[in-house]
Design a protein around this ligand. Structure first.
Ligand code: ZN
Length: 250
């Protein structure tokens, strides 16, 4: 996956949801600054980015990162200013495993006084910023075509309708059931592709979503779970739709 530095050469896809929202039209392509702290690389566009995009929390969910990078590369003029961290856990991505080189599931390590070096680095990177929205992309390895999303806040009835319509425009279905019965910190009921997770605010569970909200790093966090067994085309479609939906919330 290549992160296009030369944005002027980017193609603008007419199917993009952002284009229908003129307030995000930004035809003067802002320069993107790419930095690396310790092992973690990140891209910053604009002086006051309001959108945080995360992927690569788990190293066995690699394909979605390619889809996210592809979307960002090809939709620059219509994206709000952003920070993008493609590999939140660089060592897990390198190992292609859920756990990182320190034996940690990174999405359980965003605790009070964290010890995981990659979490400490991520917190340091995000220190200067305050976001309206974070979209943290994951894959659910158990799903083939069914999709769902965690949300730190509750969508209105109308917003839910918009969200579900966008998902059903792809070849995916809306997942209903228990997210991960084997995970004691999860095992939450998902209804038609959506789950609002206020429970994450009540315990020091180490979820990045909880940290982002509790430390006022982001007003809202969406956590799309792209079906891990889906083909690349469906993964890309779902990523595209999640950016389009995120645009309605920024
Ligand atoms: Zn994940």
């Amino acid at each position: 996956m290549v992160y296009a530095q030369d944005l002027k050469s980017c193609e603008i896809k007419p199917s993009c949801g952002f284009e229908s929202h003129p307030r995000h039209k930004n035809m003067s392509t802002m320069p993107i600054v790419t930095r690396t702290l310790k092992q973690t690389s990140y891209h910053v566009r604009g002086a006051h980015p309001k959108l945080l995009i995360l992927s690569g929390t788990h190293g066995d969910e690699l394909e979605v990162t390619g889809c996210v990078t592809e979307y960002i590369d090809s939709h620059q003029p219509s994206l709000p200013d952003y920070v993008y961290i493609p590999k939140l856990s660089p060592s897990a991505v390198r190992l292609k495993t859920r756990r990182n080189m320190f034996g940690h599931d990174l999405n359980r390590e965003f605790v009070h006084n964290p010890t995981d070096p990659e979490v400490i680095t991520a917190i340091k990177i995000l220190e200067p910023f305050a976001f309206s929205l974070c979209i943290a992309f994951h894959e659910d390895p158990d799903r083939r075509t069914s999709f769902y999303m965690y949300d730190s806040h509750s969508l209105s009835h109308e917003q839910l309708q918009v969200y579900r319509n966008l998902v059903t425009q792809t070849n995916a279905s809306l997942f209903t059931g228990i997210d991960d019965p084997a995970d004691k910190k999860l095992a939450l009921h998902v209804e038609k592709g959506y789950i609002h997770t206020p429970i994450l605010g009540h315990h020091d569970t180490g979820f990045s979503m909880r940290w982002l909200i509790m430390d006022h790093k982001s007003d809202r966090v969406l956590n799309p779970e792209i079906p891990g067994k889906a083909d690349m085309d469906l993964k890309q479609q779902l990523v595209d739709k999640m950016f389009a939906f995120g645009n309605t919330l920024v």
